[in-house]
Design a protein around this ligand. Structure first.
Ligand code: ADP
Ligand code: MG
Length: 423
């Protein structure tokens, strides 16, 4: 009898959560607390209707809606449910009315106090806190049973069945955990929906920015041409200014090119080449920069003939960006090492540095467009490289330890013409 009633109660308590799923707004909180309060009040009343009367008390899961309403929908919703329960309990009458009221108030106390910090916790902790609040309501019920027995003059009278009490505890915990989990599922789903909408917006913005960047590049080229002409004819003081203007113009141009390359990497000349050839070229290109920074640039190349079939210049660009970052992150006297391994199907290139490394927070942001920690950085290099490697169907992963250094691993698939010719 008890089990049946409790199982019915369990279904009743999760019903309003399912209703609420349709009422969830964009802030992940239930949008109308009064409506949510009324829904949970109905559930609490239904629980009380199907309660199990024994030991002078009514046993049901009425406190589950109170706790859920306080924690997931706020003070107003919780208050409505609490008030409904108290009024209903008074109307039900009996000897234990006062216990029913005190129990309800004490039960509501913990979720009420938790409310403020609740939304600062991660989802799993929120479920845990809800279960704790449920546990607290069981403790309150047990204590009130004890107190009632005390007033009857026999504090240690054990007139209730232990399995019954355990069953009540178990089913209430299941009900509350289930309701909390369902809520979290709803919140998660809503967040994903928002994330998709945001991504779509960003995508459109990205396309727009790319077309503007493209339009800006043409007048820049014209301006640059005329400035170069003017510089050739200029012998006076303006010569220095023009040099400065031209260098800044070149910087603007390179940023725009990087951005355009990120938006849509152009693979102009697809050819077969040896990976080690490109690696040696990149090493030669960057050795002066490393020397200027006082960083030792070393390579341990495996000269196995690994052939790639893609745009050589794009791969070079990707490698230059990543190695340049490694050099820039390394203090004077540090070391940057490049080595590669390959088998039949793929080649990996490892760029390790003894630089400042990155914290997990920085690591999670790497590759985000315009993310930079440098004064004169653009935050484009890594994004461009990742995009290029992605287009080549390769993968890049980062391992980093603050203060120790970073290892960037790039894995590239071997080039087979029929597969890669379309990119
Ligand atoms: P930029 O070099 O213009 O800052 P990037 O996209 O190339 O832009 O790099 C973004 C940020 O990632 C850098 O500002 C730096 O903080 C971090 N970063 C990239 N590579 C490394 C590395 N090897 N070690 C430490 N930090 C790095
Ligand atoms: Mg960079």
């Amino acid at each position: 009898m008890l089990a049946e009633k409790l199982l019915l109660n369990l279904l009743i308590t999760i019903a309003p959560v399912l209703f609420c799923s349709a009422l969830l707004d964009h802030k992940n909180k239930l949008n109308n607390p009064y409506l949510v309060g009324i829904l949970h009040s109905i559930a609490a009343l239904a629980c009380m209707t199907f309660s199990y009367a024994n030991y002078g008390f009514y046993w049901d899961l009425r406190y589950v809606p109170v706790i859920i309403a306080f924690l997931y929908a706020g003070r107003e919703a919780g208050g409505i449910v609490l008030l409904t329960i108290i009024i209903a309990r008074i109307l039900m009458g009996g000897d234990t009315v006062i216990f029913g009221i005190v129990n309800s108030l004490f039960t509501a106390l913990i979720p009420f106090l938790m409310m403020k910090k609740f939304w600062n916790c991660p989802p799993n902790k929120r479920v845990f806190l809800t279960i704790i609040a449920g546990g607290w309501s069981l403790v309150v019920c047990y204590l009130s049973l004890r107190v009632s027995r005390y007033f009857e003059g026999d504090l240690f009278k054990l007139d209730f069945n232990i399995p019954d009490v355990l069953l009540i505890g178990l089913i209430e915990t299941i009900a509350i955990a289930l309701a909390a989990k369902l809520h979290e599922g709803m919140i998660e789903r809503n967040k994903m929906k928002e994330e998709i909408q945001r991504a779509e917006k960003l995508n459109t913005l990205g396309e727009l920015a790319a077309s503007i960047a493209h339009e800006v590049r043409n007048p820049l080229t014209v301006v640059k041409g005329f400035l170069q002409l003017m510089q050739q004819q200029e012998a006076g003081k303006n010569y220095e200014y023009l040099t400065l203007v031209l260098s800044e113009l070149a910087r603007a141009e390179s940023i725009i090119n990087d951005y355009l390359n990120f938006a849509k990497p152009k693979f102009e000349k697809i050819e077969e080449f040896l990976l080690t050839e490109v690696l040696s070229e990149v090493m030669m290109l960057l050795t002066p920069l490393a020397a200027k920074q006082g960083v030792q640039l070393e390579s341990q190349l495996d000269y196995a003939k690994f052939i790639l079939f893609t745009d050589r210049n794009q791969l070079k660009q990707a490698l230059v960006n990543l190695i340049k970052n490694a050099i820039e992150a390394t203090p004077e006297g540090g070391k940057v090492t490049i080595h590669n391994k390959s088998d039949q199907t793929s080649a990996s290139i490892l760029i390790s540095d003894t630089g400042k490394g990155m914290t997990p927070e920085q690591l999670s942001r790497i590759g985000t467009l315009f993310y930079t920690t440098k004064d004169k950085g653009t935050g484009l290099g890594t994004s461009v490289s990742l995009r290029i490697i992605e287009t080549m169907r390769g993968k890049v992963s980062y391992q980093s330890e603050p203060g120790l250094g970073t290892i960037v691993t790039m894995v590239l698939p071997s080039g087979r013409k029929e597969e890669l010719v379309n990119i």
